[in-house]
Design a protein around this ligand. Sequence first.
Ligand SMILES: Nc1ncnc2c1ncn2[C@@H]1O[C@H](COP(=O)(O)OP(=O)(O)O)[C@@H](O)[C@H]1O
Ligand SMILES: Cc1ncsc1CCOP(=O)(O)O
Ligand SMILES: [Mg+2]
Length: 263
Amino acid sequence: MEQIARAFEKVKAQSPLVHSITNYVVMNNTANALLALGASPIMAHAKSEMDDMVGIVGALVVNIGTLDEYWVDSMLSASQKAKSLGKPVILDPVGAGATPFRNQTLTQLIQNKPDIIRGNASEIMALASVNIKSKGVDSTNSSDEALDAGIRLSNETGAVVCISGEVDYIIKGDKIGKIKNGNPLMAKVTGMGCTASALVGAFAAVEKDLFVATMAAMAVMGVAGDLAAEKAEGPGTLQLHFYDALYQLSPSKLADTAIVEYN
Ligand SMILES: Nc1ncnc2c1ncn2[C@@H]1O[C@H](COP(=O)(O)OP(=O)(O)O)[C@@H](O)[C@H]1O
Ligand SMILES: Cc1ncsc1CCOP(=O)(O)O
Ligand SMILES: [Mg+2]
């Protein structure tokens, strides 16, 4: 818990710049969430600026939500550049398993060795080649069901794998962490998973231990989700209160309220 609170202090002190190549649906949600957290967002996908942009940011978040052929080229070149500079790459495999194009793109992106993969249960199961029936971007599985797939995916790729859901699992080798905060209403707001991946980017930019960085980001998501749900009347006000909760959350409040298990 101390390490999680310290990572949050570093985000606040350093206000890292996070580069997202992300989808049209969530660009605004995720930029606002990064600002509320105390980080700084930039969304960019032009091929001509990928190398330069990656050169000035603290982390790269690649999110395939509304991918197309041009964007995939940008995603591949930006992740290669980030790896060559030793900057963390976070992959959000939105809609993994839904179409062959998504699966082929994810295979290429994973060959570039992302440092962290954060997805919902169905996406992680699809990435680990579990034969599931995809319902697009929303999960039809619980994170508990995806745990074995997540462990396998982490072992195969060497990445920290985060399976989000009622319980968030964070996996690296034989380390498994759980975050038990959050509220089911979060799944009724589009872009909450993408927001989680963006926050993971902010933490990875300042915290070298990427397992700790991912635990801390998911703890912040869960605690802010709990606080927002106490005030919300539905998905619309949940989103608004979520930004306010993120903005008001302190490292000490995080340490007092995060429900973290680790073994
Ligand atoms: N049933 C739930 N209970 C608590 N938190 C949840 C629940 N479902 C989702 N969350 C939280 O919402 C965020 C988005 O997760 P998820 O819905 O799994 O991602 P995605 O939007 O990519 O499908 C995460 O922070 C997760 O912890
Ligand atoms: C609805 C939708 N369609 C393509 S991307 C996207 C947003 C998905 O966001 P999240 O995975 O965070 O729910
Ligand atoms: Mg998602």
